[in-house]
Design a protein around this ligand. Structure first.
Ligand SMILES: [Zn+2]
Length: 145
């Protein structure tokens, strides 16, 4: 499970922070205020929640607060993906990865890296992936009453 569960609204704010390395609340308000139809108070609340969740650090500089990410965008995205994959049977992970590869734009260099990973995976791949689900939570281990 993810250690840093953040809401979609908090994620929108984090994207601004990640893009800028560090921001003042005024900058987030300028970038997202109109687009998201959020009041400045809403954005300040989101920033405070992200500090509480230890995703952002806060430091006072002269008269304003500076927010800096504690967790990188890549780590956060990987945690979210890990959380998603923890919710499905391990046997279904392959189908979901196939879906992701088919439905998302990938550059030639992305495809090359994936090909190399897949070639290495092929050497070690089991004939079948083991299920680690609680019996009754997937079709591998149905409990009949
Ligand atoms: Zn299973």
């Amino acid at each position: 499970m993810s250690h840093h569960s953040i809401s979609p609204a908090e994620w929108e704010v984090m994207r601004v922070v990640w893009a800028h390395d560090h921001v003042k609340s005024r900058e987030v308000i300028e970038i997202l205020g109109d687009k998201m139809n959020w009041k400045p108070a809403t954005i300040k609340t989101l920033l405070r929640r992200l500090v509480d969740k230890q995703v952002l650090s806060i430091a006072k500089e002269k008269r304003s607060f500076i927010y800096t990410p504690i967790i990188s965008e890549e780590e956060m995205a990987q945690e979210a993906a890990d959380t998603l994959f923890s919710m499905i049977c391990a046997k279904e992970a392959g189908a979901l990865i196939q879906y992701l590869i088919e439905t998302h734009p990938l550059s030639k260099s992305d495809v090359k890296v994936i090909q190399d990973i897949v070639a290495k995976k092929m050497e070690m791949a089991p004939t079948e992936v083991d299920c680690h689900c609680i019996p009754g939570q997937c079709r591998c281990n149905l409990i009949h009453h």
